[in-house]
Structure formats: C-alpha cells, structure tokens
Write a protein that binds this ligand. Structure first.
Ligand SMILES: NC(=O)c1ccc[n+]([C@@H]2O[C@H](COP(=O)([O-])OP(=O)(O)OC[C@H]3O[C@@H](n4cnc5c(N)ncnc54)[C@H](OP(=O)(O)O)[C@@H]3O)[C@@H](O)[C@H]2O)c1
Length: 263
C-alpha cells in the first residue's frame, strides 16, 4: 500500500463506523493522522484502537454534527493541535425508510439535520482549517439515493439530494482558492446503516445492483479525493444508472414496481 497521505491531517465525521471508519483506517494506513468524529465514545475508542493496532495515528473527538457549537469546539481543538486540516471528510449520516404516512415529521427533520445541515455546519466550521491545509480537499458523502429516489426513500433521498446540491455549488465557489470539493455517491454498502433494511420490503435490490464493502467505498472515495474529482459513484457503473434515471425517470419507477412485487 502506498503512503499517499503521508504527513497529512485528516478529519472524518462518521469515523467510528461503516464507510467513515473504513476511510479513516485507509487514510491512516496511507500515512495521515486522522481525527475521528462521531457521538458514541465507545465506538470512537474502538475505531481509534483498531487504527493504532495497525500502526496508524488516530484520535477521537466526540461530536454531534447537529450541534454547531460542538463542531466549533472540535475545530478549535484541531486548530490548537495541528493548525490545519488537509482532508476534511463529511461522512456522518443516518437513514430511516418507510411510507411517508408512517415516517414522523421528527424523522424527516432528523435526517435533514444530520445528512444536510450536519454537512453544511461541518464545512462551515472547518473551512478556515482547510484553507490553511496543505492539500485542501473536502470529501462529502452523499448517496446514489440523491439521484434515484425509490419508494420509501423519501426522507433519506431528499436529505441526500440537498447535500449534493450544496456540494455542487461549494465546489465551484471554493475552486479559486485551490480547494477541491469531491462528492461521493455510494450505492448499497454493507454497514450498520442498512442493517435490517437491505433486501427487505422498503429496500429491495434491483437485479445487478451490487452490495459493496465499506472498504471498497473507502478505496474509491480516497482515490477520488486524492485526484480531486468532482463526483464519483461507487461502484463506478452506478454513474450510468444515475444518468439513465435522469434521462428516463419512468425506468426507475418500472424497475422498483417490478422488484417491489412480492415483498
Ligand atoms: N451504507 C450504505 O449503503 C450507504 C450508501 C450510500 C451512502 N451512505 C452514506 O455513507 C455515510 C456513512 O454511512 P454508513 O453506511 O457508514 O453508516 P454507519 O455505519 O451507520 O455510520 C454512520 C456514522 O455516522 C455517525 N453519526 C450519525 N449521526 C451522527 C451525528 N449526529 N453526529 C456525529 N456523527 C454521527 C455514526 O456515529 P454515532 O452514531 O456514534 O454518532 C457513525 O460513525 C452516510 O452519510 C450514509 O448516508 C451509506
């Protein structure tokens, strides 16, 4: 494995589980010092320990991304410790699926607060540190669900479409400062987020849609971040699916009508 991120400082929200944790592990394995941010102290500690056991450098910062104050404190902590952030990865997210009539307003709001406002606040609070960084990369984890909204995904898809809109504007706005904003759209990945949903009534898998590992997503995401790509789908062939959905939205409806039968 290369040392592509040697000497870099990375900050990863959602770094204690799933895709964020896999990204943190890979960043550390490639030489970065990684600050993992999430709410659960125990899961953060376990992730930090795993990275340390593999010989990497990691530190936990307990943060709820729905709190601008906590994010500001985390940024102040990193400012004091490192003076900069080279790679900021906004990966924290939550997902609840179900019929609109059964999802409460609070759930709709919670998904917006974490998946959209959580990313906005993470970027706003850490931007001064990224501006001081050597590498100037911001990775934002959206989802294929930003482009394709199957039945029962209403709240989640809306929050991911919102964050994608934010990222597209941010990319153009920060480009003159040499900051690259990289938007990452994973398809289904085997993490605690989808446990209990994947393959079930609210999340049937159309034929040919693969379920990848969080490590697979991390490899693709970090490659895109290194290269400063605008937007990446994981796996890559889902870019075609997303494009087709934009051009022929009826095909998405038909696909989910067919796969939803019998569920
Ligand atoms: N798995 C998939 O199929 C898939 C597909 C497309 C996109 N994604 C996106 O990928 C990202 C990571 O998802 P995952 O599948 O890896 O999920 P996961 O395993 O459930 O991890 C979610 C992470 O976000 C953190 N988090 C949740 N709410 C938070 C909050 N309010 N403040 C701070 N941290 C918070 C969690 O830690 P705490 O709970 O301890 O805070 C955890 O570290 C999410 O944005 C998700 O929407 C996932």
């Amino acid at each position: 494995m290369g040392r592509e991120f040697a000497g870099k400082v990375a900050a990863v929200t959602g770094g204690s589980s799933g895709i964020g944790r896999a990204c943190a592990k890979l960043l550390a394995a490639q030489g970065a010092k990684v600050y993992l941010m999430a709410r659960s102290r125990e899961r953060l500690a376990a992730a930090v320990e795993e990275i340390a056991r593999a010989g990497g450098q990691a530190e936990a910062v307990q943060v709820d991304v729905t709190s601008g104050e906590q994010l500001a404190e985390a940024a102040a902590f990193l400012e004091k410790a490192e003076g900069r952030v080279d790679v900021l990865l906004a990966g924290a997210g939550i997902m609840e699926l179900g019929p609109v009539s059964e999802l409460s307003y609070d759930l709709f709001e919670a998904m917006m607060r974490v998946n959209y406002f959580g990313v906005v606040e993470t970027v706003r609070r850490f931007l001064p540190l990224v501006q001081k960084g050597e590498f100037k990369r911001i990775g934002i984890i959206s989802s294929l669900a930003a482009k394709i909204s199957p039945p029962y995904f209403s709240a989640y898809s809306a929050s991911k479409a919102a964050v994608a809109g934010f990222a597209h504007a941010l990319r153009q706005e920060l480009a003159p400062q040499g900051i690259r904003v990289v938007l990452i759209h994973p398809g289904p990945a085997a993490t605690p987020l989808v446990d209990g949903y994947l393959g079930g009534r609210y999340y049937p898998l159309p034929p040919g849609v693969p379920v990848v590992s969080p490590e697979h997503v991390a490899r693709a995401a970090l490659k895109a971040i290194r290269k400063g790509r605008r937007e990446v789908f994981v796996p890559r062939r889902l870019a075609l699916t997303a494009w087709l959905a934009g051009v022929v939205p009826g095909a998405v409806d038909l696909t989910y009508k067919l796969v939803g039968r019998g569920k």
